[in-house]
Design a protein around this ligand. Sequence first.
Ligand code: FAD
Length: 410
Amino acid sequence: TTNGIVDALVIGAGPAGVLVSTLLHRLGHRVQVVEQNHFPRFSIGESLLPQCMAFLAQADMLAAVSRQGYQFKNGAAFAKTGEYEAFDFTDKFSDGPGTTFQVPRAPFDQVLAQEAQRQGVLIRFGQRVESISRDQGISQVQVTDKDGNVDTIAARFVLDASGFGRVLPRLLGLEVPSDFPARKSVMTHIEDGIDDPAYDRHKILITVHPQHADVWFWLIPFSNGRCSVGVVGEVEFFKGYHCDDEQLLRQLIGEAGSLATLLRHARFDTPCRSHTGYAANVSRLFGEGFALLGNAGEFLDPVFSSGVTIAMKSATLAAEALDRQLRGEDVDWQAVYADPLKQGVDTFREFVTAWYDGRLQHVIFSRNKNPEIRRMISAVLAGYAWDESNPYVKEPGRLSTLAELCREHP
Ligand code: FAD
């Protein structure tokens, strides 16, 4: 049964879906979110960037998030055989928050969803979007629950925030391959047992494999003595290892020098998960009556923890654009949504490319960084990839010149 036409139907209640629906609801529009799971549910992507805090504040969710006792985060640290470099996000070029949290996503996403509901957003959990059609300016979206009950929701506009579900890219044939090679990650949560007094729990730790510069590990501490730990490499790299995911992860950590030492007392008490070929792209981010948000659009790579930040940024841009359209304005989605979103995504794209081709690792591990340039890099790593007053945002290709300098004067 349909009870009228909603202004916006949002697919997925992850960070992108919850943010966009809350912002639109606050602007007075009728929004319906459909989420296939019941929360809490597992999701990958636990290290937030300070830029996220500004978006959470826009949706009036910052106080609720800050109350949860999540692990405080003020930077990113990088380690490679014998080398260690830490970026302090409070010492950065761009304005805005310099600290954030590292969050187990199951409870975090639930807190955001509950905050949205508290503000009046309608979320249907346990319902999966299966198909969509559009006629005379109205989309008919078919949803199914686990018992096979089917319902149809009519909406003026559909915002796809289905993450790796990529609902509209699949249904509308918009998927295109990513430019990045297929990579795989194996991860789990551990009781970390870290007793090294020099270990800084306020930072994500990225460790480069001593023999393979394109293989790296994340260590994301939580506030309860546990960590998320994972390894990332090209799919081909993993084919050389013939063991199950947990043995693989433990063996690779064992090969990782300082990380192995740090985690020597760790207890692996949770089944490992693996994600393969997660980099994805689409031919376009919007069309008649729809837009793609967060991971349902493009996903680059996890190395700089940019996923949730990009998801939330897309939500703020889409909410603004759709608000204007619903008020009767003629909105150019390319100009007000796709281009501005792409600008920051392209900054991260250059950083990710430079990480894997070695340029950025030269910059990061160079002892000889100019303090002002360091603050510019720190701002991008903190998520301020849309601040075009930062030269490394305006022209991310500058990383090449900088890497050359760092190579010559390490
Ligand atoms: P999601 O959070 O994935 O939410 C999508 C929601 O849509 C889900 O709840 C899903 O159940 C629902 N859904 C899907 N299909 C349907 C359907 N048909 N009908 C109804 N509902 C549906 N990001 C970071 O910021 N920090 C990190 O440290 C980080 N680490 C990562 C590590 C790895 C290995 C990978 C692969 C990614 C990582 N990311 C990280 C990225 C992060 O996971 C995503 O960018 C982020 O979760 C995207 O948010 P979203 O709202 O777009 O989608």
